[in-house]
Write a protein that binds this ligand. Structure first.
Ligand code: F6R
Length: 613
């Protein structure tokens, strides 16, 4: 949560920062602000709302030309979204200004101490405490700002990515991180700092990923990195492979729509160079050194949050069916706090689009401390989770900017499917012929997803019909149960309609009481091993006058006579159905949200990268 951007160099800082903040708005959009060193001194300008509100506000100021500045877009943690709580925050003397992404757990104690010393606080934020704490050390120790930051970080408990600008050093930025991401772009006589690479990409493709407990000082056009123990490290320059067009809307009304439609390509990208069905080859580079551990694991534990957790549920079915290893799927937020039984014989798979989710990161650290092997399935290259795991496979879905996850979900399932097939084959639980058959079918998925996307017009009609419903139920069994959960999550997060996903057979144990003529029920009823049972569940809802929207296999002749609307998707192997059946559910939630006038890409109260607990 929260996006930070900073610039120092030869260009005008403000346009670079504003453009960067717009790219990072997916991380939070409660308020935005900048601090610039101009001829008039160190000015802080901030506004509640989106970056565009800040831009309008900045028009009032005649001259904001500056070659150095910092900017922030906020997802509120401490204190309501308003101008005062917006970042940057000044230090008490207004000599320093700071932006912060993260959460300081011991801010209360620090604040009490500072209050006793006579400090005054204007905001309710932990971040204002942070910068005032740094200045207090700076004043009392008569040291440099850099040293004050270093000393302060030894006392700070929590997560942070910070950048500080100092009124008295107009060519200097000081940054540090622990737990929240920070990328430094290295240009020709200029440096860019940001929460991810998207604000940097059009200026340079050379980046340094700052590590936890590292402090970067950019002074006089030189970058120096030290640990908080004051040990200098050699910055490792990575080459970015991100394309600018991947982070633009490309003619679509919303990023979410673009990302839904990108899925044939993103799934193909995920399989490219890994799957060669003709020659029976399936190569996942990240698994190579860990295949032995994977194959001999007593148990696989999958940990993730939200949509990534749903992908983990699909993987549970895949691993158990094909590789016959018991699987547990854990919400990272629960796993990390319940003293789980984990050990060296467990193989942990952590799934995360952003690679920054705080709960997933903490679950990884916990499992690591108990000797388990951790494998990451992440989308964002170089992210914290990708670096905290022993090995991993990237999903290669490309940047996902819409807050609601779509193409990351199908890419995660694609990677997990390849892992399950490889594991089953290596363990001998999948015969050679079945393995070959499954690989061939997997290769057809991108074109089948392409066909499923063509149902868009029909789905718009369904959306129009049910857009004003107050509740929705999503029901499925087997591989389609996690899809039901995902369909419900998509709808609630972007349209604010209450929706619940359930295993269809569980209906009779409670939720069937909700059914009346007002209740749309989305069944995922594809031709699979539980098809007949799901058809019975459809009858039960029909008998109670519920409205039925059914996702069925092309050519289905049974459900058509029961459902109010049917959506026919291409047939595939039962285990691969989620990759296709989720598509119409993503489209349905998208269209309903648009018709209800909701902000599809930036739904209320949410942020894409959940770097707080
Ligand atoms: C839902 C959604 C969230 C994320 C969750 C985990 O559309 O996007 O539920 O899936 O916050 O995020 P990552 O995958 O980045 O760890």
């Amino acid at each position: 949560m929260c996006g930070i951007v900073a610039y120092v160099g030869q260009q005008e800082a403000l346009p670079i920062i504003i453009k960067g903040l717009k790219r990072l708005e997916y991380r939070g959009y409660d308020s935005a602000g900048v601090a610039l060193l101009t001829k008039d001194g160190l000015g802080v300008y901030k506004k509640k709302g989106k970056v565009s509100e800040l831009e309008n506000h900045l028009v009032e100021f005649a001259d904001l030309s500056s070659k150095i500045g910092i900017g922030h877009t906020r997802w509120a943690t401490h204190g309501e979204p308003n101008d005062v709580n917006a970042h940057p925050h000044y230090s008490a003397s207004e000599k320093f200004a700071m932006i912060h992404n993260g959460i300081i757990e011991n801010y209360d104690v620090l604040k009490k101490d500072l209050l006793n010393k006579g400090y005054v606080f204007h905001s309710e934020t932990d971040s204002e405490v942070f910068i005032k704490f740094i200045e207090d050390i700076f004043v009392n120790n008569h040291c440099s700002l850099e040293e004050a930051v270093r000393l302060a970080l030894h006392k700070i408990v929590g997560a942070y990515a910070i950048v500080i600008v100092n009124k008295e050093e107009p060519d200097t930025l000081i940054a540090a991180r622990k737990g929240s991401p920070l990328v430094i772009g290295v240009g020709q006589d200029e440096y860019f700092l940001a929460s991810d690479a998207t604000p940097i990409i059009e200026y340079t493709n050379q980046v340094v990923y700052l590590d936890d407990y590292e402090i970067a000082v950019i002074r006089d056009n030189q970058l120096q990195i030290k640990t908080i123990e004051n040990v200098e490290t050699n910055p490792y320059i990575n080459q970015l492979e991100l394309e600018l067009e991947a982070i633009e809307k490309g003619g679509y009304d919303h990023f979410m729509l673009k990302e839904i439609n990108e899925q044939p390509r993103s799934i193909a990208d995920c399989m490219r160079g890994r799957l060669d069905a003709k020659n029976g080859r399936l190569v996942l580079g990240g698994l190579r050194d860990y295949m032995n551990k994977f194959q001999n694991a007593k148990r696989i534990i999958i940990t993730a949050c939200g949509t990534s957790w749903h992908a983990g549920l699909v993987a549970e079915y895949l691993f158990e069916e094909f590789a016959r290893i018991p699987v547990e799927v854990e919400y990272a937020s629960e796993f990390r706090y319940r003293n789980p039984v984990v050990g060296p014989e467990d193989f942990i798979i952590a799934i995360s689009q952003s690679g920054e989710t705080a709960d997933t990161l903490a679950a990884i650290e916990l499992a690591k401390s108990k000797g388990a092997t951790i494998f990451g399935v992440c989308n964002v290259v170089g992210s914290s989770i990708a670096r905290a795991t022993h090995a991993g496979s990237y999903t290669h879905a490309g940047p996902e900017i819409g807050v609601a996850s779509t193409k990351a979900f199908t890419a995660q399932i694609s990677v997990l499917t390849m892992m399950a097939l490889k594991l089953g084959y290596q363990r001998g639980t999948l015969s050679e012929s079945r393995y070959m058959q499954l690989l061939s079918e997997l290769e057809t998925i991108p074109s089948k997803v392409e066909r499923a996307l063509k149902l868009n017009d029909k789905i718009q009609v369904i959306a129009e019909k049910y857009k004003d419903s107050r509740n929705f139920l999503y029901l499925g069994r087997g591989y389609n149960f996690p899809v039901a959960l995902e369909g419900a999550l998509k709808l609630k997060e972007i349209s604010y309609i209450h929706a619940e996903g359930y295993p269809a057979a569980e209906m009779k144990h409670g939720p069937i009481a909700l059914i009346d003529e007002e209740m749309p029920v989305v069944f995922i009823a594809t031709k699979d091993s539980s098809y007949e049972k799901v058809v019975s569940n459809i009858q039960e809802v029909k008998a109670r006058k519920g409205k039925i929207i059914a996702v069925v296999t092309e050519g289905d002749d049974t459900v058509k006579h029961m459902a109010d609307y049917i959506i026919e998707i291409p047939d595939t192997e039962e285990a691969f159905v989620p990759l296709i059946s989720v598509i119409p559910l993503q489209q349905l939630s998208y269209h309903i949200a648009v018709m209800r006038g909701c902000n599809v890409d930036q739904p209320r109260n949410l942020a894409k990268s959940v770097t707080v607990e």
